[in-house]
Design a protein. Structure first.
Ligand SMILES: [Cu+2]
Length: 153
């Protein structure tokens, strides 16, 4: 009796595990820490953008974002709202998931930034309005490098 129930349960568990496995994503989701202010709506939208692209996001609500940015080495000129950290590198502002994935694999950059809050960037959707913006990489020697430009051609 117990055996029957247990094996049925096991089979159900195995089946549901199979059904829950995401098919389109890599086996290991990328994990990113995101630091943000409590009431930052666009920060939450950006987190959703990352999650929609398969990231595992660890959300940190902070009292003092400027101190966090300073601590992570984000130059003031590149600052935006939230600051993410992936594999020890910073992700400042509304950086698209594609470049965050790229950053996780690059060791020549300290971090990436989309300075300010450009309309139309991920998490900054504004009824179809898209401001031109760049994704800027910061090299170990402190140089800035344009990694991507939006809208793309
Ligand atoms: Cu924002």
């Amino acid at each position: 009796m117990h055996t029957t129930i247990n094996s049925t349960l096991l089979r159900l568990l195995a089946l549901s595990t199979l059904l829950l496995l995401p098919t389109a994503q890599a086996a290991e989701p990328l994990t990113i820490d995101v630091h943000r202010d409590a009431n930052c709506g666009c920060c939450k939208s950006w987190i959703r953008h990352l999650e929609d692209n398969g990231f595992h996001v660890i959300d940190h609500v902070e009292d003092n974002m400027s101190a966090v940015k300073q601590g992570l080495g984000v130059p003031y000129r590149l600052a935006s709202c939230h600051t993410g950290v992936i594999n020890g590198k910073f992700v400042e502002g509304h950086v698209p998931a594609a470049q965050v994935i790229e950053l996780s694999r690059r060791n020549d950059l300290l971090g990436l930034a989309v300075p300010g809050m450009p309309k139309g960037s991920p998490g900054m959707e504004a009824g179809g309005v898209v401001q031109a913006y760049e994704v800027i990489g910061l090299t170990a020697s402190g140089e800035e490098q344009v990694v991507a430009e939006y809208p793309g051609n």
